[in-house]
Design a protein around this ligand. Structure first.
Ligand code: PFF
Length: 448
């Protein structure tokens, strides 16, 4: 049933691989636009608190479930609570992975188109209006996003095809640090633009009048999405973590990196947003209409834009790989298909979903749900509903169903690490996280 499972070779390998899943379009593309729509600084404060108090405990829960069972997420639940309905949390995760892939690959396709534009030096000399116009023409052409999405899906499946150690670990070790360095450089540049101050204060000076229940749910959803939580990705990755590894440290490093890169990306984007007179509430296209303006003006714009979109593509692929991996592992362990064949089927499913999303973005398309195109619909559905529901079940399971002694032994690697902070983490898992998520849902449906 479970054949030849790989494990990560080193601590840096674990952090790099998990970090590769975690750091992606969620940080660079999604965080700025959601922060922009939710008031900037207030959102960031809540986002950081939720990441610490809710997301990190969920990550530790997922790691523990994965490492203690060494199974795909559905079977992990089945092993820890045999004969119960908990395995449906695993199924929910697989469904969620598909919903995310359906729009993730489309946005990653945008990054590839922008890489092409950067390579041909197409941003140079363009005005803000021309850049926006170009973007709209690209999306409404239909066939261009379709080609890039397909290229991206093929590339992702190829990485999963190669397997965990070779495929995932190797890339991330090099590219992640490089990305951080580039972002810091870009931030220094955009902060020096005319009118940048307004952008910086939008991110740093909280306006509490903008705070609503939805701000909290959006922050929770963003945090889960960004840390790849609530759908079993970290259960799957946890199953590759060695028994001797200190999971507190891994989760801490990964969460810190994730929040850092997201805020950094905000600090790159918002000074430029204000400097170029773009609306902070532009929605999903925010980053794609803002950055070309920066590159068009920058002295070294050509080379920086090429490297940036290349790294964005790599950040996206290491995340999409983890999404595909969750479903692939499930199919190949449960349906006894080869890993490779399983990866291809998942690629095909993703392709179909991705094409539907692209068609729904065409002008006049009738594929809309609640007035939204499928990219926006899947985006909101996954982050604000499916991941929080998955996360809620995972913490309830860990806090109330997972035998406490067994959980403690697993999380602390047999009482070796984090024994002192364990009670705090357990309290967060057992009470704080479930209560917070439940309250936010009750608020969403209008009960409170
Ligand atoms: N965390 C990824 C990002 O920030 O881009 C997206 C993601 C990957 C979400 C894997 C969920 C997941 F399981």
């Amino acid at each position: 049933m479970v054949s030849k499972r790989g494990t990560f070779a080193s601590r840096f390998g674990v952090v790099a691989a998990v970090g590769g899943s975690v750091v992606g379009l969620g940080n660079i593309w999604r965080f700025p636009y959601v922060a922009g729509e939710n008031g900037g600084a207030v959102f960031i404060i809540i986002y950081i608190c939720i990441s610490l108090l809710v997301s990190v405990p969920i990550m530790l829960s997922e790691f523990s479930i994965g490492r203690s069972t060494k199974r795909n997420s559905m079977r992990a639940f089945n092993k820890l609570a045999p004969g119960t309905k908990w395995k449906f949390v695993g199924y929910l995760g697989i469904l969620t992975a598909f919903v995310i892939l359906a729009f993730y690959c489309v946005i990653a396709g945008w990054a590839l188109e922008f890489l092409r534009e950067a390579l041909f030096n197409n941003f140079a000399g363009k005005t803000a209006e021309q850049i926006t116009e170009n973007f709209n023409m690209f999306v409404s052409s239909g066939w261009k996003p379709a080609i890039w999405t397909t290229v991206f899906i093929i590339a992702s499946v190829a990485v999963v095809y190669a397997g965990v150690e070779k495929g995932i670990e190797r890339y991330n070790k090099i590219f992640m640090p490089l990305f951080v360095v580039l972002l810091v450089g870009l931030m220094l540049y955009t902060l020096s633009l005319d009118g940048a101050k307004e952008g910086a204060s939008f991110l740093l000076k909280p306006d509490f009048s903008k705070l609503t229940g939805r701000t909290f749910l959006n922050a929770l959803g963003q945090s889960f999405f960004s840390m790849s939580l609530g759908m079993g990705a970290m259960i799957t990755y946890g199953s590759y973590i060695k028994k001797e590894e200190n999971m507190f440290r891994v989760a801490g490093m990964v969460a810190a990196t994730d929040v850092f890169v997201a805020v950094l990306s905000g600090l790159v984007i918002f000074p430029a947003v204000f400097s170029f007179g773009i609306s902070p509430t532009s929605g999903p296209e925010l980053v794609f209409i803002t950055l070309p303006n920066v590159f068009a003006q920058m002295g070294a714009g050509y080379i920086v834009s090429v490297i940036f979109f290349m790294l964005l593509f790599l950040a996206a692929i290491t995340s999409s790989v983890s999404l595909i991996e969750v479903v692939t592992v499930y199919i190949y362990e449960e349906m006894r298909l080869s890993r490779r064949r399983a990866a291809c089927y998942v690629g095909l499913g993703t392709f179909i979903m991705g094409m539907l999303s692209i068609i729904s973005q065409l002008p006049g398309s009738s594929i809309k749900i609640g007035g939204q195109n499928l990219v926006s619909f899947f985006d909101h559905l996954s982050s604000n509903i499916m991941l929080p529901i998955g996360g809620l079940f995972i913490v309830i399971f860990t806090g109330w169903v997972f035998a406490p002694a067994k959980f403690k032994a697993e999380l602390t690697s047999n009482f070796k690490y984090g024994v002192k902070i364990y009670p705090i983490v357990y309290f967060l898992i057992k009470f704080v996280a479930p209560v917070v998520i439940t309250l936010l849902f009750l608020n969403l449906i209008g009960v409170i």
